[in-house]
Structure formats: structure tokens, C-alpha cells
Design a protein around this ligand. Structure first.
Ligand SMILES: [Zn+2]
Ligand SMILES: [Zn+2]
Length: 393
């Protein structure tokens, strides 16, 4: 029935099973190689496309981290690779029209495979181009910074606005933990924040099941919960870059992706904490400010949403209460991992914070604790209290 719960992560590639939730789930990614020293698997996964040109994309950071080695492995094996390296200096690449366009221009006629070496932006760009051209892509992950490796959505910036495009799953994912654990600490903290966000995301999923009658797959809840617990138990190791802690973090980011892919929605990974984060991000982008890394914002939003759950405790079912974390616990985890805790730490001012509390529920049509607070007429009082606690009177 739910045999996926007994599989190792790499065994999940191509999984297909009847689930207790009544649905038949399939996981459409052909190849997964997550673990120590898995980079050479790239050549094995790409073998089916050896007779055609390959385009590899990276930026100056990710080329150094993994691209150079990946290119060498493919060329030594006889692949015809056009490697394009975005030069960003010390800055980071923003996935907008020019980046997507540039990748299109690097595709030679008859290209059989795209290999993206990177994390957020390069992954999203390759995913989008792959979905529109039909050319499969393999992602070589360079940082445990978000849960979008095993996902089919591509958030991109168009005319200064972030849009979530429906794209496609990768053909293969190569996550060599020897490479990923060397990522800049800020990216590791971002991944940690994105995983910590599952604490409130899962509580929101139960809430939506109980109150709004949404479908909820218990197998996926278990998959995410188990991975989350390991990360929580090793939060201290994140700050010290301990190998085990980083491995659990990578595993949790990938398994969350698997859970989303199985149910075909982002429910297992994203609840009210993502809406709050998204609201801040839209404001930052509109003001042409650096929008901060996704997971950093999600991490900061999580204790705030946990506090909303606490304030709404009389209105929520017991099973939701059991699953929702306390604000203190989430704040403790973020701080022992060394990640930012307060919205003021990333430039979210009092006004933006207050209005985000009132309006974040409108970001998407998804039932969450914020919508319940609005329905019960409590949102303003909650927004005022939390704003005062964080920013003072
Ligand atoms: Zn996320
Ligand atoms: Zn299911």
C-alpha cells in the first residue's frame, strides 16, 4: 500500500503505488542520486542523450563549486557540451527575462539535454526552458537552500513581478552532499528555514482538512514529518556545518519535494508561513530591493504563524493543535541553527509587517490559520498584538 515509506530516497525515483488516501500516486522523476560523492552519476543519467548536443548552465559561483568538475566528467566521457557560465561577480542571479532568454540562445539545434548546475535561479530557469522546449534537464544541486529541486513549478520574475509558472520535473537530480555541504552558510540557513516552515504548513493542511474539507494524504504527512524531525533534532549541527545535520537537511528538502510531487500540490510544504513570506517578497520586488532568500523569509514567518495558531487555540481542532509548534520552540530552533529570527533582521519594517499580517491570506486561495482568524474576526487584534511584541509600542 504505502511502500514508499519503506524506501530510501534514491529508490523513490519512478515510484508508483496505491495509497491509503484512495489515490494512486506516481513520482515521475527517472533518476535520483542524493548522497556522498554522487556527482559521477551525472554521466550515467545523461547516457541516453549522448548522441546529441548538451547545454550546461551555471554561474561563476556554481561553476567553481561543481560545474567545472561536472563538465570535465561529461567531456571525458565523450559528451558534446556547450557550457555557459553566467558572470554575476559577487552578486546573485535573478531569474528574469534576460536569464531565460540567454539560456534559450545557448541551445544549439538538436540539443538533447540541459544540465543545470546550481540552486534556486538556475534550477527554476532550466525547469522553465525544459518545459517549453521539451528538452529534458538534469539538475546538479549546489546548495541545500530550498525544496524546489524535486518540483515542477518555476517562480520567475516577469516585468518586475514574481510569477509561479507551471513547468516540469527534472529528468534526474544529482545531489552530491560533499558539494552541497560546502554551500555558503546563508544558503544553508535558507534551506533550514524552508524545512522549519513545514511545522506550520502541516498544521495548516490538517486545519484545511478539518474545517474546509480539503483532501489530505497521511502518507505524505508522515514522509515530511519524519524528515522534519531529523532536521529539528540536529538544528545545532547546522550552525557548526556538521555533516550529519546537513545530510538530514538535504534529505528533508528532497523528501518534501517528493511529497509535493505525489499529491500534485504544494500543501505538504507550504501554508500560511509561505503566504506571509510571499507578501514580503512582492513588496520588496515592487520597491526594487533585494527580496532576501526564500527560505530565510519562510523561517522568519514560521514562529509568527505558530503564534497565530497559539492565539487561535480555542478555535482549532485537537489534531491541529497537536501538530502546530509553539512560537518559542520555532524561535529556539532558528536561533540555535544561527538563522535570522525576526522580520526586522531582514529589513521588514513595522508598516509592512502589520499590513502583511492583515492581508497575507489573500496571496493565494488556500485555507490556512490566517483565513480562520479573518473568519472569526480576530485578524486585526492578532496583527496588532504581534506587531507590538516585535516592534514595540
Ligand atoms: Zn518554500
Ligand atoms: Zn496518498
Amino acid at each position: 500500500m504505502n511502500e514508499i515509506l519503506n524506501m530510501t530516497m534514491n529508490e523513490m525515483a519512478g515510484a508508483s503505488f496505491d495509497c491509503e488516501c484512495g489515490h494512486h500516486h506516481t513520482f515521475g522523476i527517472e533518476h535520483l542520486a542524493i548522497g556522498k560523492g554522487t556527482l559521477p552519476k551525472l554521466v550515467e543519467f545523461a547516457a541516453a542523450f549522448k548522441d546529441r548536443p548538451v547545454t550546461m548552465i551555471s554561474d561563476n559561483h556554481t561553476f567553481e563549486a561543481a560545474g567545472k568538475k561536472a563538465l570535465q566528467l561529461m567531456e571525458d566521457d565523450g559528451f558534446d557540451v556547450n557550457s555557459y557560465v553566467f558572470q554575476t561577480g559577487d552578486g546573485i542571479l535573478i531569474p528574469d527575462e534576460s536569464v531565460v532568454g540567454r539560456v534559450m540562445m545557448e541551445l544549439r539545434p538538436g540539443t538533447g539535454l540541459i544540465v543545470a548546475v546550481g540552486s534556486g535561479t538556475l534550477n527554476d530557469t532550466a525547469k522553465f526552458v525544459s518545459s517549453r522546449t521539451g528538452i529534458p534537464y538534469i539538475i546538479v544541486c549546489t546548495a541545500p537552500s530550498m525544496d524546489g529541486y524535486v518540483a515542477d513549478g518555476a517562480p520567475l520574475i516577469r516585468e518586475g513581478k514574481k510569477i509561479s509558472f507551471v513547468a516540469t520535473f527534472p529528468y534526474g537530480v544529482v545531489g552530491d552532499t560533499d558539494i552541497m555541504k560546502e554551500a555558503p552558510m546563508r544558503l544553508i540557513h535558507a534551506g533550514f528555514g524552508d524545512v522549519i516552515g513545514k511545522m506550520t504548513a502541516l498544521a495548516d493542511w490538517y486545519l484545511a482538512r478539518e474545517i474546509a474539507g480539503d483532501e489530505c494524504c497521511e502518507t505524505c504527512v508522515i514522509l515530511v514529518k519524519r524528515a522534519l524531525e531529523k532536521v529539528v533534532d540536529h538544528a545545532e549541527g547546522i550552525a557548526k556545518r556538521e555533516e550529519e545535520a546537513i545530510l538530514y537537511l538535504i534529505e528533508a528538502l528532497m523528501l518534501t519535494g517528493v511529497a509535493m510531487a505525489l499529491v500534485g500540490i504544494s500543501r505538504p510544504a507550504s501554508g500560511a508561513e509561505h503566504m506571509l513570506s510571499h507578501y514580503w517578497e512582492m513588496d520588496f520586488i515592487a520597491k526594487k530591493k533585494f527580496p532576501e532568500l526564500h527560505g530565510i523569509k519562510v523561517g522568519i514567518a514560521t514562529p509568527i504563524i505558530a503564534e497565530v495558531f497559539e492565539m487561535m487555540e480555542d478555535d482549532i481542532p485537537d489534531c491541529v493543535q497537536d501538530l502546530s509548534p509553539s512560537r518559542e520552540e520555532v524561535e529556539r530552533l532558528l536561533s540555535i541553527a544561527g538563522a535570522p529570527v525576526l522580520p526586522s533582521e531582514v529589513g521588514i519594517d513595522r508598516d509592512l509587517f502589520y499590513y502583511s499580517m492583515l492581508n497575507a491570506y489573500t496571496v493565494r486561495d488556500r485555507y490556512s490559520i490566517l483565513e480562520l482568524a479573518v473568519q472569526k474576526g480576530r485578524m486585526e487584534e492578532i496583527a496588532e498584538k504581534i506587531t507590538k511584541r516585535i516592534y514595540g509600542d
